[in-house]
Write a protein that binds this ligand. Structure first.
Ligand code: FAQ
Length: 331
């Protein structure tokens, strides 16, 4: 269903160019690495704007993983069986682990985890819009695994070959785990879609509510994506937002057919000429409202993260005190 291969098309036209770099051997070495599809490592010279772009994207990604624990975490204590509960617990814990790899990757760029987390907590940093929607019932847990993790994999597989080594390597394990998450979500949907009429209706309702927000996860359309051209030229992004969104739609529509569920888009149709599905208009006003902080759950999510941070202060204090004691002993 999903593969961890990039299928990178060497002949694909990039949508932008690397900005003119100041000359010098370091800049040439950097460009040569990009040209040869080699990875840039933390101690290599890199343009300041490349470093800042990575800090922005990787920290937003880390925040998304951590905030992303909240909608599903809400259902751990209400999972319908012990087995489902154990699976969901493991999945939510994996997402926390992804956040930690990513915060570590961002630290290789010369910022501290405290600095980037502070920006999340004060509401300045972005995280994925998808986590500002509520989980109303158990079917939503199936829909998140199927659609949200499915979209996340589609976006993250190419990041395994992004030009920055620590980010690319973190993505290898993350994608393997997301693949399990996607399957567990799909399996919940399969069970509900094949259950009684009320269960099937819940599955359809969850698909109705999560479909469009999942498509928005890929970001604004290409002609309105300010960072894409430069990020693709730097080989941080390997596919554009619209290309990945289309790939996701093309694999997901047949999966809905297998479930016997209907994608909530009257304009959805197979286009023989392009060999892709055409879809209706995405509500970009809704996307930008959620990005701005006006989604259903934005305030709750930030409050929950701030509470968790404050409640964890004693753990950080204890760890620092222990470290101090060990240093003194060693001295
Ligand atoms: N939500 O110019 P672009 C997951 C912002 S992980 C909020 O196109 P870019 C796992 C964007 O940051 C999900 N903001 O930007 C999981 C930029 O703002 P800025 C997260 C969004 O960076 C599953 C502005 O709009 N995945 O789900 C969104 O080139 C289940 C202009 O956009 C990643 O972060 C959005 N959806 O492309 C966990 C993957 N889209 O910074 C728990 C890595 C765009 O200029 C449960 N990130 N924006 O102020 C990426 O691939 C890219 O950053 C994109 C955006 C594609 C998200």
């Amino acid at each position: 269903m999903y593969t961890t291969n990039l299928n990178f098309d060497k002949n694909k036209k990039e949508s932008g160019k690397v900005e003119a770099l100041e000359g010098g051997p370091e800049a040439e070495a950097f460009q040569a690495k990009l040209d040869q599809d080699l990875m840039v490592e933390p101690k290599d010279w890199m343009p300041e704007a490349y470093r800042k772009t990575l800090i922005r994207q990787i920290s937003q990604h880390a925040h998304s993983e951590v905030v992303g624990m909240l909608p599903e975490g809400n259902w751990i204590s209400r999972a319908p069986t012990l087995k489902r509960k154990a699976i969901l617990l493991a999945k939510v814990q994996d997402e926390g682990g992804h956040g930690l790899y990513l915060y570590s990757a961002v630290e290789t760029l010369g910022v501290s985890r405290d600095e980037v987390v502070a920006l999340l907590l004060n509401g300045t940093a972005k995280y994925s819009t998808i986590f500002n929607y509520p989980t109303l019932n158990w079917a939503d847990i199936g829909a998140i695994g199927w659609l949200v993790d499915g979209a996340a994999i589609m976006n993250q597989i190419p990041l395994q070959r992004c030009s920055y080594g620590p980010y690319a390597r973190a993505m290898v394990r993350v994608c393997k785990e997301e693949s399990f998450h996607q399957r567990q979500g799909y399996e919940i949907m399969l069970a509900m879609a094949n259950g009684n009429a009320a269960q099937k209706e819940m599955a359809q309702d969850a698909l109705n509510r999560w479909w469009w927000p999942s498509l928005m996860m890929f970001g604004p359309p290409d002609d309105n994506s300010p960072n894409s051209a430069q990020s693709m030229a730097w080989k941080i992004k390997r596919f554009s937002n619209d290309e990945l969104r289309q790939k996701f739609i093309d694999v997901t529509v047949p999966q809905a057919d297998v479930l016997g569920l209907k994608i909530p888009d009257p304009d959805l149709k197979w286009n023989k000429k392009t060999s892709h599905y055409d879809i209706g208009e995405i509500d970009w006003d809704e996307f930008y409202q959620v990005v701005k902080g006006n989604g259903v759950c934005n305030r709750d999510r930030l409050r929950a993260r701030n509470d968790a941070h404050q409640n964890g202060q004693w753990v950080r204090d204890a760890a620092m005190a222990y470290d101090e004691k060990r240093r003194k002993r060693a001295a």
